[in-house]
Every structure is written in C-alpha cells, then in structure tokens.
Design a protein. Sequence first.
Length: 145
Amino acid sequence: MIGSCLCGSVEFEIDGDEFNIYQCHCSLCKKQSGTTSNSSTIVGSDSLRFVKGNDSIKSWIKDTGFRSDFCSNCGSPVPNPLRDLDLYWVPVGLLPASVKATVVAHLCTSTISTWHLVGSGVAKFQDVPALELLKQMLAGRSCRG
Ligand SMILES: [Zn+2]
Ligand SMILES: [Zn+2]
C-alpha cells in the first residue's frame, strides 16, 4: 500500500496491508508527533520503497541517536532508517485508513500522558524493550505481556 505525508510530496510503498504496531509514550515521541505517543511499526528495509519526494525529506538526529525524518514542506514525520540496521521505522498514520493495525506494545509507559487510555491485554514496557523483542512482537511471533 501507499503511504504519504500531509501534503503528498513524499510517497512510499510498503509491502502488506496489516501491521502490528506499537505506541511509544516517551517525551521525544510526544514532541515529534505533537500528541500522546507515536503509532509506529518497524519493517525490513526491503519492504519499503520511497516513490517520490526523497528530496523533500529533512532529517533531525539527536546526539543520543533519536532520529526524526520529516517532510520539509508540511512537517509530517516520514519513515526513517533505524540506525545502521536494515530496518525502517514507519509512522502508521501515514498509511490509508484501510490499513489493519493492531497495537501490540506500549513503550515508555512511565511517562504516559494522563489522558491516554490504554487497553488491557497489550504489553506495556516502562522503558524501551530490546529491539529484538520488539521486532518479534511486531512480527507477531512473541508473547503478549
Ligand atoms: Zn509533505
Ligand atoms: Zn519514544
């Protein structure tokens, strides 16, 4: 399916139409998204291709490694490569409404917004879990906490 930023300058194609996703409630993700958390998934870099707008993408990288790529025209966050790993971080709000997404994990719940309601039966992590565990959960192969 095709995802795009707010203004449509940046478009990308992602394999599949059903994703396990996570919401991160850390202070950085709140500021990046402008809301209580981001809603994201992580896919292999072979599953995502930019269709257009590469030259519209700007990157901000904090000294800790936190990276935010965004459309320089409208400000939407867009997928960014995860460190030097063969992975892309994907904000799923850029995908069409027809996407089937299931929240499998809440990250950094120690800083969750008081007005953000979290359903039961979804794994919650006070902090950021190991990337390998998160990847397994997003791939649907792991336990729910
Ligand atoms: Zn845009
Ligand atoms: Zn975060």
